[in-house]
Design a binder for this molecule. Sequence first.
Ligand code: RP5
Length: 152
Amino acid sequence: MSSPLVAIIIGSKSDSEVMADCATVLQELGVASETHVMSAHRTPDKLRQYVLSAPDHGVEVFVAGAGMAAALPGVIAAYTTRPVIGVPIGRSGLNGMDSLLSIAQMPPGVPVACVAINGARNAGLLAAEILALQHEDVRSRLEAYRAQLAAS
Ligand code: RP5
């Protein structure tokens, strides 16, 4: 695979297990991705620099997994007009309802997409569907994936 088309950003190492499904499904679809741990509140400067520079090395879609107040997807979206897909992580005392509402309730003007709590696999699939608008090879693999899903 070539340079990463999808950047997967997680707010903490503790999000790795849930978010691994995103990289896995992208790999199944032949889409290169890179994963980084960066936090909207712990490493805001690092996050900003990465989001601003990622398109220069080919990143077209961002996927952000975060738990609790989950500002991460919205902060990424503040620095880019590339699509941002948020994954609410459900490990807190509120089982992810906190992150779900944080991500889904972005005020008008700077949107992020939001998948289900712990829906990392769907985030990867949605990222691939966005890429498929321009990348015919990804579209073919997605169609094959859907056919196989129906058959199973
Ligand atoms: C969020 O806070 C992270 O995305 C993580 O889901 C949650 C807890 O972080 P840790 O205390 O496990 O590092 O920023």
